[in-house]
Design a protein around this ligand. Structure first.
Ligand SMILES: [Zn+2]
Ligand SMILES: [Zn+2]
Length: 328
């Protein structure tokens, strides 16, 4: 009899304990800062086909939205590495240099395939400068044989391979599920117009992606007080600049670390991140080393600054938390 009572008391106590635990977990979930605004660098490179720096591409996850900015070489591989279903991705292009767009056919076509990591059954959504809609229409022509084969053979839907592409103008170009995307014009040289940067706003927090640009006031204005500023950067050795017209031309299309540092000083982002490490001098001995960029910016800027890496993530809450790829 006593044994039974003791057993019952034990059970009751365990139930109370479980309730208490459940309650405290719930309280914890309520008080925990939301971490549903997250940015991941999918590619931090340039046209140089480096295995460790894929083509320019940045993933912004905000609530239920998965927005990708630029789709350089390998963007689809990086999305797969991050377990992002390809069907969920909406794409925004900064400009028409091929290092920012040559991953599009892979994302668009592979995203239509039947496996669970793809399986897009609604149109592929793309925004970008004038020429974006015609690029998507022409890609359709280029891949029409494959599309017809798969529709007949695998019974894939027309809806899933269709695309809705919009040629944009500066201003708010996307506003859904609490996420607002604003395009602003940047300056990537006289022959590359328009080129855009983007600002993404979600729950009072914000991210700016500069796109490819020389030092530009629009980037500065869009970035004042921003939580995260992802900025392109370019360097050349002074001796190469002196003797090479090509080196001077490359640098004239981009932002040096010192110029970026000057902009960061004005904009005061909570965190600045370098990406798109273009080097005059290519990959040869004339090119600056990766370890040269941050010290060059440090000559003028002492605030928070990270050297971007592929698959580095930033969780934006009250602070901006950095998740390094090798710490995952
Ligand atoms: Zn580029
Ligand atoms: Zn470019």
């Amino acid at each position: 009899m006593e044994d039974t009572m003791r057993r019952e008391m034990k059970i009751a106590f365990a139930a109370l304990l479980a309730m208490g635990l459940a309650q405290s977990t719930e309280t914890l979930a309520q008080t925990k800062a939301p971490d549903d605004f997250r940015v991941t660098l999918l590619g931090t490179g340039t046209p140089i086909p480096r295995p460790n720096r894929f083509g320019p591409s940045t993933l912004v996850e905000a609530g239920s939205e998965k927005l990708v900015f630029d789709c350089g070489r390998g963007c689809t591989i990086r999305l797969f590495q991050k377990h992002i279903p390809l069907r969920d991705v909406k794409l925004f292009i900064t400009h028409h240099h091929s290092d920012h767009t040559n991953g599009i056919p892979d994302l668009w076509l592979s995203g239509w395939l039947p496996p669970a990591w793809a399986k897009r059954e609604t149109p592929f959504m793309v925004w970008g400068p004038k020429g974006t809609a015609s690029m998507m229409a022409n890609l359709r022509k280029a891949f029409e044989e494959d599309i017809q084969i798969r529709k007949a053979d695998e019974k894939l839907s027309e809806e899933g391979i269709s695309s809705k592409a919009t040629d944009i103008a500066p201003g708010v170009i996307y506003d859904a599920n609490g996420v607002k995307v604003t395009a602003f014009e940047v300056d990537h040289g006289d022959e590359i117009k328009p080129a855009f940067g983007y600002r993404i706003d979600y729950k009072g927090k914000s991210v700016v992606i500069s796109g490819d640009t020389r030092y530009n006031e629009n980037v500065l204005e869009a970035s004042r007080g921003v939580d995260l500023l992802i900025h392109e950067v370019s360097m050349a050795r002074p001796e190469l600049l002196e003797r090479s017209e090509a080196a001077r031309r490359i640098l004239a299309h981009h932002t040096t670390p010192e110029e970026a540092g000057k902009l960061f000083n004005e904009a005061k982002p909570k965190l600045a991140v370098f990406t798109h490490f273009s080097t005059a001098g290519g990959s040869g001995p004339d090119a600056p080393k990766e370890s040269d960029y941050v010290p060059a910016a440090r000559k003028v800027y002492s605030g928070p600054l990270e050297m971007g890496e592929d698959l580095m993530s930033f969780v934006i809450g009250e602070t901006v938390r950095v998740e390094r790829p090798n710490s995952q």
